[in-house]
Structure formats: C-alpha cells, structure tokens
Design a protein around this ligand. Structure first.
Ligand code: GLA
Length: 353
C-alpha cells in the first residue's frame, strides 16, 4: 500500500513503478479497427522512480543518458522525443484533477527504443503509475489508464495509435498472452504454452518513430475505407466488401479481415499445442503485412530472412511496422541468430516494493 501524504508538506516520499514492453504474437493493425489481437507483456520494460521534492515542478531524468527535462505539469508546450510522453502523462493526470506534487522522475529501461517492443507505451504507463502513487492515488480503472496513456501518444506525440500496447503492458500476466477484442474491450488471458519452442525478437536495426512513419497514413486509409463502405469500423468488413474498393484500400481491408481470423486460429492452435501451425500463421500474417498492408521494409525482410534461415518455423514483422523488430518462433533443434532476444510473457505493470 502506498502511503497517502500531503504532497506539499512531505517531500522525499519515493515510489518506483515498472511497466513492461510487449510482444504482439499476432493481430497487427487491428486494434484501431475494432478487431482482435493476441499480445503479451514481456519481462523487459521501463521503470520510473518518483520522488516528491517539494514545489510544483516535475524534473525528469533518463538515468542511462543523463538527458533531463524540467517542466510545470500545467504546461502544454510541444516537445520532441521521450519528453513528450512524460509531459503528456503529467498534463493529462493534472487535467483529470490529480494534484501532482513537485517531483523528480528517474527513468530507466531495459526495452530497446524504436524496436517495436513498445518502449514508449511502457514509459507512459510507468510514469503514470509512479506519478499517481506519489500523489497518493491508486488508479481505480486500468482501462481508463490505458486510454489516458494512449491519448498522450495521440495528442502529445502525434502517433494515432490504438490501445494495443497500453492494454498489454497494464494487463499482462506471466505465462499468458491476452486475447483482446477491441470492439468490446474484453480481455481474455490465453495460456502461452510453447513446449520446446521459444519466441525471439530480432531488431532490424531500423528504428521507427510511429508519428513520422506511414502509420498514420494506414490509419487514415482504414477510416477512408469505412467511409466508402458506410460501416462504423473494419470489424464489420468482409472480403466481399473489400473487393468493392479501389486499390490499395481493398488490400488494406483484406489484411484486417484475414488478420482477425488469424488471431482466432492462433488461439485455437495454442490450445491444441500445435506450434507448427502457429508458425504458419505468423508467416501468413507477415506476408499480408508486407504485400497487402505494405508496412515492411528491405531491412525488415533481411532480418526475417535471417530468422528463417536459422530455422524459425514462423517469423513476422511486429508492431507498427516500417522498421522495428521481427518475431521468430524457434523449435528446440534450431538456434536463434546472434543478437536475438528471447521474449517470454511476464506480469503487467506494477509498483515495486
Ligand atoms: C503500434 C501501435 C499499436 C498497434 C500496432 C500495430 O504498436 O502503437 O496501437 O496499432 O502498432 O498493430
């Protein structure tokens, strides 16, 4: 239990929050289309230690690089990079009536930035949990907190992303993936029993910033497809409806329709212990993201090729695309290439003792 205190009277109270990054097993570019996805929180993540220091300013420092930012939480000035996430979280919390004390935030991370493992969502989630705790407030509703962090990404950073990363970080569980239905926001834990197989992420080395990539264009294309088809979201789309659209909108819709089905097929394959079939679904997802959704790059293709040559039974681009990491599923008798990181499902965001 975090002690409740008067923020202006008791400087020095310190709390640490940890929020994991995520791997999305399958279900890519479906979240903002009211679709399905199957992510899991990973063991790597971001921790934020918040120490009340008196006064009203927030002083943030990235431990590894020494980069700093000092700001008034009421400020709405636009800033680039990691600072936008921290300022955005503080301002959104203040906007919801959370009285923030003057506070120092020390940020440390084990999840690489721009590698498609959601370092940014992890930073926003950890910062919000730490700030709430140091202000003496527990978040009652984690879905609302996910929305707040997503608003930060949309409005403060300019990436029109969905709720995938924040929900995975907040609701992750050890040994489980999370089937998310973004229409109802129903979250169902799914046992991730890989047997002798293992999942790895291999960074393509091509860093992506979603706000500047083609991500927002894809989102706009999906909205345009809905307008033309007269439907509220692509969850209502079918292959027949997709065929009524001009290229490339038809291919974008085909991807989303088939990707939702692949999520259900992956859940079924996992339940049946058919890991080879999971691998094939990962390969199908990748082909669709490359050819229909067009979010792959030459560097990502080379990275995937490396994973396949080393014996992955399935591999696919992960996250927003246009760079980032490639996920590979390896059987026991194959060794992932140098530089690949094994990714295992770990618990969701939490305060550390
Ligand atoms: C990024 C976004 C998510 C989601 C994925 C693609 O990770 O932050 O909201 O749209 O891309 O599935």
């Amino acid at each position: 239990m975090v002690p409740v205190f008067d923020p202006y009277d008791r400087p020095g109270v310190s709390v640490t929050a940890f929020a994991p990054g995520r791997v999305n097993l399958i279900g890519e570019h479906t979240d903002y289309n009211d679709g399905l996805a199957l992510p899991f929180a990973i063991e790597q993540g971001v921790s934020v230690t918040a120490t009340a220091i008196g006064g009203r300013l927030v002083e943030a420092v990235v431990v590894e690089s020494g980069e700093r930012d000092t700001f008034d939480p009421a400020s709405t000035a636009a800033v680039p990079g990691w600072r936008a996430f921290v300022r955005g979280v503080a301002a959104e919390l203040a906007g919801e009536g959370v009285e923030l004390p003057g506070v120092r935030l020390e940020i440390a991370g084990t999840v690489p930035q721009g590698a498609g493992l959601s370092s940014s969502a992890a930073l926003a989630v950890a910062a919000s949990l730490a700030l709430l705790a140091v202000a003496g407030k527990q978040p009652h509703d984690r879905v609302a907190l996910a929305r707040l962090c997503s608003r930060v990404e949309n409005e403060w950073v300019g990436a029109h992303t969905g709720l995938l990363d924040q929900l995975a970080s907040l609701f992750g569980e050890a040994d489980r993936a999370l089937r998310i239905d973004f229409r109802s926001l129903q979250l169902d834990p799914v046992a991730l029993e890989l047997g002798s197989f293992r999942l790895v992420a291999l960074d393509s080395g091509e860093s992506h910033a979603l706000a500047e990539s083609g991500y927002n264009d894809r989102r706009e294309e999906c909205a345009e497809a809905c307008r033309r088809l007269g439907i509220a979201s692509l969850r209502e789309a079918t292959m027949a409806l997709a065929a009524e659209l001009p290229d490339p909108l038809n291919r974008r819709v085909e991807h989303v329709v088939a990707e939702n089905e692949r999520v259900e097929q992956t859940v079924a394959a996992l339940a049946a212990g058919e890991l080879q079939a999971v691998g094939e679904l990962l390969n199908d997802s990748h082909a669709s993201l490359r050819d229909l959704y067009e979010v792959s790059t030459a560097e990502v293709e080379r990275t995937r090729q490396t994973l396949c040559e080393e014996g992955a039974v399935g591999a696919r681009i992960m996250g927003g695309g246009f760079g980032g990491s490639v996920l590979g599923l390896f059987p026991q008798d194959a060794s992932p290439p140098a530089g690949a990181t094994e990714v295992r499902p770990g618990p969701g965001a939490r305060l550390l003792a």
